[in-house]
Design a protein around this ligand. Structure first.
Ligand code: SF4
Length: 546
């Protein structure tokens, strides 16, 4: 049963959309694509939209969507005893064949068991009945470490989903039951069946052994698309997203720079550039539904066809991150009239930028900032991280000095300085490194705020306690599925860890050794552990350590 107020609100959202797909579910594989955050956030995700259009392009499949209800709707669900339902047909999620979650942020993990509860679907795969939907997980977090979520899911897809979705549906259609489907699909690249593995822990809490419990592969090879073919299918546009009616087009995947802190710069490699002809076709298609196109890519200044793309008539491009290089001048002249452009120096001194392998000099940053401020751009955004490995107070003073120096170039526009807390990520050279203590992060943030309390500069920062929650789930193991299930609210992650007998410091503030079995070691992401360790050693050496 579903409350009328919830139905009306859903109808109002659907009315604002262009490109929604409605299909008769009869005789088709029914997939509900779920996003563990609100409609606004989920609909802003290019990956989520891509899966929706790929699945709906198949005649034998219907794909609908579901999101985490916002605060007021959650109360309404409770008040009316409603079950979580899909937007398009308003069917409860437990009536679908497959419920597929796409997850892009660790801090969305607690919403997954919450949504399963609302959907009246058994949260743990071990206790779920044959008639309940098959639960599938994908998305960037699944690609680098799905273990904290592994007890919830029957199947996890590790890699870039584009072409694998056809294999998934074909295999599902050809299988008699869940068990035979899971056995068959596990033989294909990128498909991981967590139930097929058992983890043994040592007394000190570290992983002692990882065993297969059946005929499952020891390692799972991440799936990578060879070329970016484009998404020549319509996406949904709506004013109710971060990009408001903007059609997002992926121009590039992967990044040449391999900054040592950046997971995207490692797991999406090798870098692939979308052919300009295909990009133009996609833009033509987008122009049929909206007049605004946003180019997406990790470091778009490096996109081979960036200047050609920016010259396409009638399209409002939005490039949000400009790498401080000489090529920026040409791009900036083509971007006249943009309100906001950003540079990400990430650290305040040449020393720390060398440690993290952010190859931008102070001179390049200053030159690009000067260009941006000269080009009639209202806001220059500067991105920095706090708590980077081997960071000292001089590096924080460096951030303050750099921002002041940029401000002194001229008085035009506003400088918005955003800081985020560094979180070590799997498949990066810093995967072994501890996080910096909370009180140090707070003190350094305070230094920045008081040092930059000047006209024409505004400082924003993340919520520090959630960075630590992210730190736990990013490098966590499967014991955390229970923690996620028991967590009554996201703010209580520390207490719930304690109640489950786990120590937050074990996950956050411990330096791992090269020999330790890391929860994500079973993924073959095409990056050798030795090479990452070598990079970590180089970073230590740059910091004067051995
Ligand atoms: S931080 Fe930016 S430039 Fe560096 S590796 Fe990541 S995406 Fe590339």
């Amino acid at each position: 049963m579903i409350g009328q107020r919830l139905i009306k609100k859903t109808e109002a959202l659907l009315e604002k959309e262009e490109g929604t797909v409605y299909k008769d579910p009869g005789g088709r594989v029914n997939v509900c694509l779920a996003y563990p955050n609100t409609y606004h956030v989920g609909m802003s995700s290019l990956g989520f939209q891509g899966i929706y259009s790929i699945l709906n392009a198949r005649d034998d499949t219907v794909c609908e969507r579901a999101f985490l209800p916002d605060e007021s709707d959650l109360k309404e669900f409770e008040r009316t005893g409603s079950e979580l339902f899909s937007l398009e047909s308003k069917r409860p999620l437990n009536r679908f064949d497959i419920v597929a979650f796409s997850v892009s942020f660790e801090n969305d993990y607690p919403s997954i068991p919450l949504m399963l509860r609302l959907a009246r679907i058994g949260a743990f795969s071990s206790g779920r009945k044959e008639r309940e939907p098959l639960l599938l997980l994908g998305g960037v977090c699944a690609m680098f470490n799905p273990e904290p979520l592994s007890d919830f899911f029957d199947l996890i897809f590790i890699g870039e989903a584009d072409s694998s979705l056809d294999e998934l549906v074909e295999s599902y259609k050809g299988s008699e039951d869940k068990g035979s489907f899971l056995r068959a699909i596990s033989e294909r690249e990128g498909f991981y069946v967590p139930k097929g593995y058992e983890i043994i822990y040592s007394d000190d809490g570290k992983i002692k052994e990882r065993r297969t419990t059946g005929d499952f592969p020891r390692t799972i090879r991440k799936r990578t698309e060879r070329v970016l073919n484009g998404r020549l299918r319509p996406a949904i546009t709506t004013p109710e997203t971060e990009f408001s009616n903007m059609y997002l087009v992926e121009a590039m995947r992967g990044c040449v720079w391999s900054c040592r802190f950046c997971v995207a710069g490692h797991i999406y490699n090798p870098p692939r550039h979308k052919d300009i002809g295909i990009l133009k076709q996609e833009i033509d298609l987008a122009m049929k539904t909206t007049g605004r196109v946003g180019l997406i890519g990790p470091s778009l200044t490096d996109y081979r066809y960036a200047t050609e793309a920016l010259q396409i008539e009638g399209v409002d491009f939005s490039i949000t991150s400009l790498r401080a290089t000489p090529k920026a001048e040409k791009l900036l002249s083509l971007m006249k009239g943009h309100r906001s452009i950003s540079i990400a120096p990430e650290a305040g001194t040449e020393r720390l930028r060398r440690i993290i392998n952010k190859r931008i000099t102070e001179e390049e940053i200053m030159e690009t900032a000067e260009l941006i401020l000269r080009h009639d751009i209202h806001t220059l955004r500067l991105y920095f991280m706090i708590g980077l490995p081997f960071e000292t107070e001089e590096d924080i003073e460096g951030i303050i000095d750099l921002a002041k120096n940029i401000r002194s170039l001229n008085t035009r526009g506003t400088i918005v300085l955003s800081t985020s807390t560094f979180v070590p990520k799997p498949f990066t050279p810093f995967q072994w490194h501890p996080m910096t203590a909370e009180k140090t992060i707070k003190a350094r943030l305070k230094m920045i705020k008081s040092g930059l309390n000047i006209k024409g500069i505004r400082v924003f920062h993340d919520v520090i306690k959630y960075a630590f929650m992210q730190g736990v789930f990013s490098r966590g193991d499967r014991r955390l599925s229970r923690v996620l299930y028991d967590m009554k609210e996201p703010g209580r992650w520390k207490e719930t860890l304690g109640d489950t007998g786990l120590d937050p410091d074990f996950y956050l503030f411990r330096e791992r050794s090269f020999e330790e079995i890391l929860p994500w070691d079973f993924i073959d992401a095409g990056i050798s552990k030795e090479a990452l360790w070598g990079e970590y050693m180089k970073a230590r050496k740059s910091a004067g350590l051995h």
